[in-house]
Design a protein around this ligand. Structure first.
Ligand code: AMP
Length: 215
């Protein structure tokens, strides 16, 4: 059966990491609105320029922009066998719009999976996060530090901190999560497709729990 998955969880819960591992296991694409938006920012497109200001502040980019991106992506042939939505939907309006798009395609969601992580842990994960400029490998200065500070173990590239991982932005992102995204747990519970795993332990431990739930 096709897996059409929504990954829920606060910023820093590890959705992106798990999604990347799930791509390999299930051979279905990850659709990360954050990644799509960051690419638009890096490419300097008009959309990217508009999005960057909002992303750096920790707020949400407009539903209209994000929905347009997702709809276009989800209609690609590689999504016919399933997909993993990561970082979308972020509020009830997006969830409702997604349901509409998917029911029009006769491809309803099969599961919403919440990766649950304690707030204190999230703060460390986010403020400690560093990414390689060259190969995008991720590190955390508290939990998985590179051998040499500021340098990628894999390719020797320079490590940087995402603009939206700065402390003020992080506070705002967590606030936005609590107010706008966390209510989606209720939304999908009512549809009987909500599952939760605790996002603690090693990345592999969490992956085992995630795949046990996804089947
Ligand atoms: P992420 O990598 O998913 O944490 O996304 C980084 C930033 O991109 C967020 O803080 C938002 O500003 C923006 N963003 C990503 N996904 C969405 C979405 N579904 N709706 C609105 N804004 C989004």
């Amino acid at each position: 059966m096709a897996k059409r998955i929504v990954l829920l969880g606060a910023p820093g819960a590890g959705k992106g990491t798990q999604a990347k591992m799930l791509i390999d296991k299930y051979k279905i694409p990850q659709i990360s609105t954050g990644d799509i938006l960051r690419k638009a920012v890096a490419d300097g497109t008009p959309l990217g320029k508009e999005a960057k200001v909002i992303m750096d502040s920790g707020g949400l980019v407009s539903d209209k922009i994000v929905l347009g991106l997702v709809e276009e992506r989800i209609k690609q042939p590689d999504c016919k066998t399933g997909f993993i939505l990561d970082g979308f939907p972020r509020n009830t309006a997006q969830a409702e719009a997604l349901d509409k798009i998917l029911s029009g395609m006769d491809m309803p969601l099969t599961i919403a999976l919440n990766i649950d992580v304690d707030m204190n842990d999230l703060l460390k994960r986010l403020t400690g996060r560093r990414t390689c400029k060259s190969c995008q490998q991720m590190y955390n200065i508290y939990f998985s530090a590179p051998k040499k500070e500021g340098t990628c173990d894999k390719c020797g590239g320079v490590l940087f901190q995402r603009d939206d991982d700065k402390e003020a932005t992080i506070k705002k992102r967590l606030e936005v999560y609590t107010q706008q995204t966390a209510p989606l747990i209720d939304y999908y519970s009512k549809k009987n497709i909500m599952k939760t795993v605790m996002g603690v332990g090693s990345i592999n431990d969490i992956f085992n729990k995630v795949t046990a739930v996804l089947g």
